[in-house]
Design a protein around this ligand. Structure first.
Ligand SMILES: Cc1cc2nc3c(=O)[nH]c(=O)nc-3n(C[C@H](O)[C@H](O)[C@H](O)COP(=O)(O)OP(=O)(O)OC[C@H]3O[C@@H](n4cnc5c(N)ncnc54)[C@H](O)[C@@H]3O)c2cc1C
Length: 383
């Protein structure tokens, strides 16, 4: 017999698992269909940066809401997922960067997010391990970092505990729209799943799922190049980044230093991604230039993952412009980990109530139909 749900969710990354959890908390019935394992793609292999600072204004309301969920993880999913409020320090290379940070500080403030601007002397006093070559920086104290391996599975378990039907190793191949909603056909299963609403959180495969339903949008792939060192004594407090989006560095509670810069390669069709040795070498040089004490620390592993990227560097989050009852959230362009918890809350609200209090207007799919050459794009990639 065909099972029937309020919401069917395609894709069990953090966005999808959070949607399932929030839908159940709101009293809806949800089925989550994940081709592999929950959190095994981008949501589980990312850098682990949980920052509001440095985001495009179109993402700030969502990011703000997500930050409040990150602070409440234990209550929500039974684990803090190693989320730590270490702060995020964005370094300025020169006075032009300092001017940009000042403008961004005002923008953050309008969303209730506070950042402290630090001149070169303050920077040296507060963060003496950072190379003395920077003009200053901006410190957002309430940003932080988490262990990506833990987060999506914790949301999936919490959703299952509230009654969500979480189906792993379950690929969605075809989708039909009917008067009653949606029929989803699963690989190797003759019995479809029926749902009143459909949420597409298929990550780098999100545009392919959207295209099954007539929503066409360009989504390319990116593979941020990552590396981790042996554990060392506590050195780096905050999550470190730099204006212009080059190197980013954090130290885990266990002492390992995780850093990323540049891109590896990804093959979306074969589900394969690999880091590049030359890119890792250059990233290591940049990491040492930012934190000189990292010289001679042993590198133990490099990796990357498959992430969807939109042409303007911002995700699609919101209703389909064409199909009633269909909602998309994909193409996070390298920074959807922090957003994931709130994305799920918003998608559950849109699906079950038809509206959300969180402003996502700047992330609509229809922006690609209206886009002109003069439209602003987000800055360069920075996790
Ligand atoms: C190396 C790396 C570093 C990053 N660093 C950061 C960072 O520090 N901070 C930050 O905020 N963001 C970061 N990101 C981005 C962030 O990880 C992603 O934006 C976010 O995890 C996307 O979550 P998602 O749920 O949309 O997608 P995913 O986690 O990719 O999940 C999508 C899921 O959909 C499933 N799926 C696809 N097609 C189907 C189908 N037909 N049927 C069933 N299931 C399907 C896939 O198997 C997958 O599990 C990074 C990304 C990478 C790759």
């Amino acid at each position: 017999m065909t099972a029937s749900f309020d919401i069917a969710i395609v894709g069990g990354g953090l966005a999808g698992c959070s949607t399932a959890l929030h839908a159940c908390r709101m009293g809806g019935s949800a089925v989550l269909l994940e081709r592999g394992r929950c959190g095994a793609q981008a949501s589980g292999v990312n850098y682990g940066g949980v920052r509001q600072q440095g985001r495009h204004s179109a993402e700030l309301a969502l990011s703000r809401r997500s930050r409040s969920i990150w602070g409440n993880l234990h209550e929500l999913v039974g684990s803090d997922c190693e989320f730590r409020v270490t702060g995020h320090l964005k370094l300025a290379r020169d006075e032009t960067d300092m001017d940009d940070l000042l403008v961004h500080k005002a923008e953050l403030h309008t969303h209730g997010i506070e950042a402290d601007l630090l001149g070169a002397a303050d920077l040296r006093r507060r963060f003496p391990y950072v190379a003395p070559t920077y003009a200053g920086g901006s410190f957002c104290a309430e940003d932080g970092q988490a262990n990506p391996r833990l987060v999506a599975p914790a949301f999936a378990r919490a959703a299952a505990a509230l009654g969500a039907d979480i189906r792993e190793c379950c690929a969605v191949d075809q989708i039909e729209v009917s008067d009653q909603g949606f029929l989803l056909w699963l690989r190797g299963d003759p019995v479809p799943v029926r749902a009143r609403r459909l949420v597409n959180t298929a990550g780098a495969w999100g545009a392919a799922i959207a295209a099954l339903l007539g929503d066409y949008v360009d989504e390319t792939v990116m593979a941020p190049n990552m590396a981790v060192t042996e554990p060392i004594a506590p050195l780096i407090g905050p999550n470190l980044g730099i204006c212009g989006g080059g190197i980013y560095i954090r130290q885990t509670r266990q002492g390992s230093v995780v850093f990323g810069s540049g891109l590896g390669v990804a093959d979306r069709d074969r589900l394969k991604a690999r880091p590049l040795a030359d890119v890792t070498r250059e990233a290591a040089r940049s990491a040492i230039a930012m934190v000189p004490q990292l010289a001679n620390v042993l590198l133990v592993r490099t990796w990357t993952g498959i992430e969807g990227r939109m042409t303007d560097g911002l995700p699609v989050v919101g209703p389909s412009p064409r199909v009633k009852g269909l909602f998309h959230a994909f193409g996070f362009s390298g920074h959807g980990f922090q957003l994931g918890p709130a994305v799920g809350a918003v998608l559950a609200e849109l699906s079950l109530c038809g509206h959300s209090p969180t402003d996502i207007d700047g992330l609509s799919m229809s922006r690609f139909e209206k886009r002109s050459a003069a439209s602003p794009a987000a800055g360069p990639y920075s996790a």
